[in-house]
Design a binder for this molecule. Structure first.
Ligand SMILES: *[C@@H]1O[C@H](CO)[C@@H](O)[C@H](O)[C@H]1NC(C)=O
Ligand SMILES: *[C@@H]1O[C@H](CO)[C@@H](O)[C@H](O)[C@H]1NC(C)=O
Ligand SMILES: *[C@@H]1O[C@H](CO)[C@@H](O)[C@H](O)[C@H]1NC(C)=O
Ligand SMILES: *[C@@H]1O[C@H](CO)[C@@H](O)[C@H](O)[C@H]1NC(C)=O
Ligand SMILES: *[C@@H]1O[C@H](CO)[C@@H](O)[C@H](O)[C@H]1NC(C)=O
Ligand SMILES: *[C@@H]1O[C@H](CO)[C@@H](O)[C@H](O)[C@H]1NC(C)=O
Ligand SMILES: *[C@@H]1O[C@H](CO)[C@@H](O)[C@H](O)[C@H]1NC(C)=O
Ligand SMILES: *[C@@H]1O[C@H](CO)[C@@H](O)[C@H](O)[C@H]1NC(C)=O
Ligand SMILES: *[C@@H]1O[C@H](CO)[C@@H](O)[C@H](O)[C@H]1NC(C)=O
Length: 877
C-alpha cells in the first residue's frame, strides 16, 4: 500500500504481503456476493485460499487478451498474487465481469510485480472503470512492487469493466480482482457520480506485530483493516469480544477490530489524528466506528465531540458498551491538504474519548456516461459474428480517447451513450449482413463497403430509422434492394450506396422470386369508424378513496380552504378572467405570498354533485406530480364552490397549437409536451390508488408553465361532480367531442383505455397541427378520418404539420404516428398502457435529440447517387 495514500499522525505501515496473520477458521464459509478472481491463473485452476478459505477462480472467463505469467519472488505472499496477467499488446485491455445492477459493491484490484518479467523494473499504467478514469497505478521502491485500489460502486448495468491502460511507461499487469457486495444504504454519497475510493482503513488492535491486518472472515465483507503504530501520547484499550457479544449496525465492522480503542494517555487531553490529502481539491468521506470497550461504573461517563478541520463535525458521541455506532459524512469534506481530527471530551464526561476504527475515502468522479447496455451487447455480438480481430474491448464510447475504432457515439436525452456510426469498411467481413446490426437503433451512419458480404440486402435495415448514410458498395450482395430503402433514398432521407455488387438490383426488372412486402402492414387492421356525438354516460360512484402514491413525485400538502371573501381578495374582486371551462369561469389571483394562482369557479347552475365536493377537493389537493397542475386549495361556502390552482404562465396547448399563435411549436417541443403529459397521465393511472381516470383529456386541459413544461389540469373533476342520479346536468363533463372514445360512448364503460384514446387524438393534433374535429364546408371531419388513409399510404411527409416546414426527424415523426395510431386503435385491447406510451415517446424524443446532437456524417455527394431507381412506389398498396 502506498505511503502517499494517507498519512496519519500515528504513522502506519502496512504491507499486504508479509506475515499472514489471519486466523485459520475451518468452518463452512458464507461467500455469497463474493467474486474472487486470480488474474493469470491458468484456465482449469481454481482454489480455496490457504488462509482465508475464499474460493478464487481463474480470470479466463472474463477477458480474452493478455498473457498469464508467474512471479519470481514467492516467499511470504498471499496466494492470489502468485500469478499475474500481463498486457504486452493493445493500449486498453478490459475485463468484463457480470454483476447485479443496483447493488453496492466493494471492488478491489491488486497488483504485485514480483519481477514476473525478469526486468526488475516496475511499470506505471492507468486504471479505468468503463468510460471513467479510475486511477494511476504506481509502485514505490519500499513497497516491494505491491499496490491495490479499492472503490465502493453501485453498477447501473449488469456488468463492470475494469481496464488497464498502457500509457507508455511499461507493460500493465494485474494480480487479482475481488468483488464483495455490501449492505444497502451504507457508504452512500451525495451523488451517484461520486464514487468512494479507499484512502485508509485502520484498526487499533494492540498486538506486538505492527502490520497486523484483518480481513475475511473476521470481516464479513472482506474489507482489509490495517494497523497503526502509535505514539506515546495515546494508549490502547482492549478487551476480548466475540462477534456474538457485539450488537452490530449495517456497516458490520469486525468484532476483533471493535474490541480495541485508542484513547489519550492523559485523560484530559483530546485525541488527535490527521490525514494529508494528495491534492487540495480532493474531497473525502470519513467513517468512524465506536464501541465502548469498558463496562462503565454508574458514576462514570464517556462523551465527546469531534472536530474535523477545526470545525465541529459531530457530537456529543457517547459510545455504548458492546454496540457499534458509526459516525460518517453525508456530504464530502473539503478543504486543504491536511485534515486534523480532534476528539475532545465534553465537560461532564469523566472519561477521555476513544475511537475503535476509522475509514477514509476519497471521492472519485465517475460522471462519464456509459454506453447503453443493449448497444454494447449488440456490437459485441457483431464482433463475434464476424470473428473480428479488432482490439475492441471496454466501453465502446468512452473515454473518448479510447473510443472503439470505426465507431462514433452520441449522448442521448437520458445521458447515456448511444452508437451512432459504425464503419466496418475494408474489414474482411464474410457471410451475410448480421441481423443484430438492426438493434443499433440510433445508427445514422453505416459503412459495410469493401468486404465480401453475401446474400441479400436485408429488410431489417429499415428498422434503423435514424440511418442517413448506408454504404454497402464493393460486396457480393445479391437480389433486390429493399423497397423501403429505395424509397428513403428517393426522398433524400437516406444516402444509399450499393455500387460494385454485380448481382444486386435496384429495379424490379430483375426481381425473381422476391416478393415485395408492403412496408406498412402495421395499420392494415385498423378500422376507421368514428361517430362524433356527445352523449351522457353514467358513472357509478366509487366510494374508495384516493391514496397517495409512493412515487417520488408525491409530496405532503396541507388542505387549504378559502372563504369567499378571501377569494375576492385574491382575485382583486374577480378582476381578470383568464378562461372559461366546462365547469365555469377562471380568474387570475395572487396569494399573500405573491404566488400566482388560477381560481376556477364551479358553475352555480348545477346544485347537484356538490355533496361530496369538499371531500373530493381535499383528496385532489394531495395528488401531486410535476406533470399535474396542483390544486392549492378550494372554497366551499354555500353555493360558492371554487378551486384554486397553481397558475400556468403559458396557457394551454390549445392556444399554442391552434389559436392563431404565431410562435409555432417546434417538433421537439411538441414531443416534450407529449412526454410531460404522458408522465402526468401515468401518475394518474398507475401512481394513484385507485387509479384516477381523467375522462376529459384535450389540449385545453394541457397547461404550460413558464418553462413550457406541460401539466395536465382538471383531473378528477368528473369524479368530484359525477352524479348518476342527476345526469342531465349539462355542466358535468363527459368528455369533449372528438376526444371521446367511440366505444366509451356506446357502452358507458369507463376505463384507462378511454383516456389513452383521447391521448392518441391529442398526439395526432400535435403531429398534424389539425384539430380533432375540423369543419370542411358543411361537414365535420374527424382527425382519424383524415389521417389514417394518409398513413396507410405511407405518406408520412403529408401527415406532419406543414407549419413545421420540414423541420423534424422523419423517423421520430414516423414513430410518433405509430404511437398515436396504436392509442386510437378501435380495438381497446390493442391500445398500449400509458407507461408503454411514455417509454416510446421518450424514444421518439431521443431520436430527435440524437439528430440534433448530430455527429459528423459523410456528405451525401461523396456517395454514388442512385437516382436511377424505379419510380414505382412500392409503399402504396
Ligand atoms: C455474463 O452475462 C452474459 C449475459 O447474461 C452472458 O452471456 C455471459 O456468458 C456472462 N459471462 C460470464 C463470464 O458469466
Ligand atoms: C438492497 O438493494 C437490492 C437492490 O436494489 C434489493 O434487491 C434489496 O432488497 C435491498 N435490500 C434491502 C435490505 O433493502
Ligand atoms: C490489552 O493488551 C495488552 C497488550 O497486548 C495486554 O497486556 C492487556 O492485558 C490487554 N488488556 C485487556 C483488558 O485485555
Ligand atoms: C495532563 O494534562 C494536563 C493539562 O494539559 C496537565 O496539567 C497534567 O499535568 C497532565 N497530566 C499528566 C499525567 O501528564
Ligand atoms: C466512581 O466510584 C468509585 C467507587 O465506587 C470510585 O472509586 C471512583 O473514583 C469514582 N469515580 C469517579 C469519576 O467519581
Ligand atoms: C452532560 O451535560 C449536558 C448538558 O451540558 C447534558 O445534556 C448531558 O445529558 C450530560 N451528559 C451526561 C452523560 O451526563
Ligand atoms: C467519427 O467522428 C470523427 C470526427 O468527427 C470522424 O473523423 C470519423 O470519420 C467518424 N467515424 C465514423 C465511423 O463515422
Ligand atoms: C471507414 O473506414 C475506411 C477503412 O478503414 C476508411 O477508409 C474510411 O475513411 C472510414 N470512413 C469514415 C467516415 O471514417
Ligand atoms: C479494400 O479492402 C482491401 C483489403 O480488404 C484493401 O487492400 C483495399 O485497399 C480496400 N480498398 C479500398 C478502396 O479501401
Amino acid at each position: 500500500m502506498k505511503q502517499t495514500m494517507m498519512r496519519m499522525l500515528l504513522h502506519f505501515r502496512s504491507i499486504l504481503l508479509g506475515v499472514l496473520t489471519i486466523l485459520v477458521l475451518i468452518q463452512a464459509q458464507d461467500q455469497s456476493g463474493f467474486i474472487s478472481i486470480d488474474c493469470g491463473l491458468p484456465q482449469h485452476l481454481s482454489y480455496i485460499h490457504e488462509s482465508t478459505y475464499i474460493n478464487y477462480i481463474s480470470d479466463t472467463k472474463f477477458i480474452d487478451t493478455g498473457v498469464s505469467k508467474r512471479i519470481q519472488f514467492k516467499d511470504d505472499i498471499q496466494q492470489q498474487l502468485e500469478y499475474v496477467r500481463s498486457f504486452p499488446s493493445g493500449v486498453r485491455n478490459c475485463y468484463r465481469i457480470n454483476v447485479t445492477s443496483g447493488i453496492q459493491y466493494l471492488i478491489r484490484v491488486s497488483f504485485y510485480y514480483g519481477n514476473y518479467d525478469n526486468l526488475n523494473e516496475t511499470p506505471q499504467f492507468d486504471l479505468h472503470f468503463g468510460p471513467n478514469v479510475w486511477d494511476t497505478v504506481t509502485f514505490s521502491s519500499n513497497d516491494l512492487g505491491f499496490a491495490f485500489k479499492e472503490i465502493i460502486y453501485t453498477p447501473s448495468q449488469d456488468y463492470i469493466q475494469p481496464c488497464l491502460v498502457n500509457t507508455g511507461k511499461g507493460i500493465p499487469f494485474i494480480s487479482a480482482i475481488e468483488l464483495r457486495t455490501l449492505n444497502n444504504n451504507t457508504y452512500t454519497t451525495h451523488s451517484a457520480k461520486s464514487v468512494l475510493s479507499l484512502s485508509g482503513r485502520f484498526h487499533m488492535v494492540s498486538k506486538s506485530i505492527e502490520n497486523l491486518q484483518y480481513r475475511y472472515k473476521d470481516d464479513v465483507f472482506d474489507r482489509i483493516w490495517y494497523s497503526q503504530l502509535y505514539n506515546k501520547n495515546v494508549a490502547r484499550l482492549n478487551t476480548t469480544l466475540h462477534s456474538d457479544d457485539l450488537h452490530q449496525n449495517d456497516f458490520e465492522p469486525p468484532a476483533i477490530v471493535m474490541s480495541s480503542a485508542l484513547t489519550p494517555v492523559n485523560a484530559s487531553d483530546p485525541l488527535e489524528l490527521y490525514w494529508n490529502a494528495d491534492n487540495g481539491n480532493d474531497q473525502y468521506y470519513l467513517y468512524m466506528h465506536f464501541n465502548e470497550v469498558e463496562n462503565l461504573a454508574p458514576n462514570e461517563t464517556r462523551a465527546f465531540n469531534i472536530r474535523v478541520s477545526d470545525t465541529f463535525w459531530h457530537g456529543p458521541v457517547i459510545p455504548i458498551y458492546r454496540k457499534v455506532k458509526t459516525i460518517y459524512s453525508t456530504t464530502p469534506l473539503t478543504g486543504g491538504t491536511r485534515y486534523p481530527i480532534s476528539l475532545f471530551k465534553i465537560e461532564n464526561s469523566t472519561l477521555p474519548p476513544i475511537v475503535n476504527a476509522i475509514e477514509i475515502y476519497k471521492v472519485k468522479d465517475f460522471s462519464q456516461p456509459e454506453t447503453k447496455q443493449d448497444d454494447v451487447d449488440t456490437i459485441t455480438n457483431i464482433k463475434n459474428a464476424y470473428g473480428m480481430a479488432r482490439n475492441w474491448n471496454g466501453d465502446p464510447c468512452g473515454p473518448v480517447k479510447y473510443m472503439w475504432e470505426g465507431l462514433n457515439c452520441s449522448i442521448d436525452g437520458n445521458n447515456i451513450q448511444r452508437i451512432t456510426s459504425l464503419n466496418l469498411s475494408s474489414s474482411g467481413l464474410t457471410g451475410q449482413i448480421a441481423p443484430s446490426i438492426s438493434k443499433l437503433t440510433m445508427l445514422q451512419y453505416l459503412d459495410l463497403s469493401n468486404n465480401s458480404l453475401k446474400g441479400s440486402l436485408p429488410d431489417f435495415l429499415m428498422q434503423l430509422r435514424s440511418l442517413k448514410v448506408l454504404n454497402v458498395g464493393k460486396n457480393k450482395l445479391t437480389g433486390l434492394v429493399p423497397s423501403g430503402l429505395l424509397e428513403r433514398s428517393k426522398t433524400g432521407s437516406l444516402s444509399l450506396s450499393v455500387d460494385d455488387n454485380p448481382e444486386l438490383c435496384t429495379t424490379e426488372s430483375c426481381k425473381k422470386k422476391n416478393i415485395v412486402v408492403p412496408l406498412v402492414t402495421l395499420f392494415s387492421t385498423l378500422i376507421v369508424i368514428l361517430l362524433i356525438s356527445l352523449g351522457f354516460w353514467i358513472y357509478r360512484r366509487q366510494k374508495a378513496t384516493w391514496s397517495k402514491s409512493k412515487k417520488k413525485d408525491s409530496m405532503k400538502s396541507k388542505h387549504q380552504t378559502f372563504s369567499y371573501t378571501e377569494i375576492l381578495n385574491i382575485t382583486d374582486n374577480l378582476k381578470t378572467i383568464i378562461g372559461e371551462g366546462g365547469f365555469g369561469k377562471v380568474y387570475i389571483g395572487i396569494l399573500q405570498d405573491q404566488t400566482q394562482v388560477a381560481v376556477k369557479f364551479l358553475s352555480k347552475s348545477s346544485k347537484q354533485g356538490y355533496k361530496e365536493f369538499q371531500s373530493e377537493a381535499q383528496l385532489l389537493t394531495i395528488v401531486h406530480h410535476r406533470s399535474l397542475v396542483s390544486l392549492v386549495g378550494y372554497c366551499d361556502e354555500g353555493e360558492v364552490k371554487a378551486l384554486i390552482y397553481e397558475y400556468m404562465a403559458n396557457g394551454n396547448l390549445l392556444q399554442h397549437l391552434f389559436d392563431g399563435n404565431t410562435n409555432i411549436l417546434k417538433w421537439n417541443e411538441r414531443l416534450k409536451i407529449a412526454v410531460d403529459a404522458a408522465h402526468g397521465l401515468e401518475y394518474l393511472h398507475d401512481g394513484c390508488k385507485p387509479p384516477i381516470m381523467h375522462r376529459d383529456l384535450k389540449p385545453a386541459n394541457i397547461l404550460l408553465d413558464e418553462n413550457m413544461h406541460a401539466k395536465i389540469a382538471d383531473f378528477g373533476l368528473s369524479r368530484a361532480f359525477g352524479n348518476d342520479i342527476d345526469s342531465h346536468i349539462s355542466t358535468r363533463p363527459a368528455g369533449t367531442p372528438g376526444y371521446i372514445d367511440p366505444k366509451y360512448q356506446r357502452t358507458g364503460n369507463t376505463n384507462k383505455k378511454n383516456d389513452i384514446y383521447s391521448f392518441g387524438i391529442i398526439l395526432f393534433e400535435l403531429i398534424t397541427g389539425r384539430k380533432a374535429v375540423a369543419r370542411a364546408s358543411d361537414e365535420y371531419i374527424h382527425i382519424l378520418q383524415w389521417v389514417i388513409p394518409i398513413v396507410e399510404g405511407g405518406d408520412i411527409q403529408n401527415v406532419v404539420d406543414p407549419k413545421l416546414e420540414g423541420e423534424f426527424n422523419i423517423n421520430s415523426a414516423w414513430k410518433a404516428v405509430e404511437i398515436a395510431m396504436s392509442c386510437t386503435s378501435s380495438n381497446e385491447v390493442e391500445r398500449p398502457d400509458i407507461s408503454q406510451i411514455l417509454a416510446e415517446l421518450k424514444e421518439c424524443l431521443s431520436l430527435e435529440m440524437v439528430q440534433r446532437n448530430n455527429v459528423s456524417t459523410r456528405a451525401r455527394d461523396e456517395l454514388v447517387s442512385i437516382a436511377t431507381i424505379s419510380e414505382t412506389t412500392i409503399l402504396a398498396r
